[in-house]
Design a protein around this ligand. Structure first.
Ligand code: ZN
Ligand code: ZN
Length: 75
C-alpha cells in the first residue's frame, strides 16, 4: 500500500483577510483608511481571502457579495 500524504493547508488567521476588500491591494500594505470609511457605506468589491472580484447584489437588508471560492457574505 502506498500512503498518500495530504497537503497541509497554509494557516490563515481567521477573520483577517489578506487583501483589502475595497481596493484589492494587500491589506498589510496599509493606507486603507479611506477604504474602511467607504466600506461602512458600500459593499466589498474583492474577496479578502483570494482577491477575486465578488458578485455584489443589493438586497432589501443591505447587500450580498459572493466569491465563487469562499461563498457569500452579507452586510
Ligand atoms: Zn484598500
Ligand atoms: Zn474568495
Amino acid at each position: 500500500m502506498t500512503e498518500l500524504v495530504e497537503p497541509v493547508a497554509p494557516a490563515e488567521p481567521a477573520g483577517a483577510g489578506r487583501w483589502c476588500d475595497r481596493c484589492g491591494e494587500p491589506s498589510a500594505a496599509g493606507g486603507h483608511d479611506a477604504c474602511a470609511a467607504a466600506r461602512a457605506l458600500e459593499p466589498p468589491r474583492y474577496c479578502v481571502h483570494c482577491r477575486r472580484r465578488m458578485k455584489v447584489q443589493v438586497v432589501p437588508t443591505g447587500w450580498s457579495a459572493v466569491c465563487v471560492e469562499h461563498g457569500e457574505i452579507r452586510g
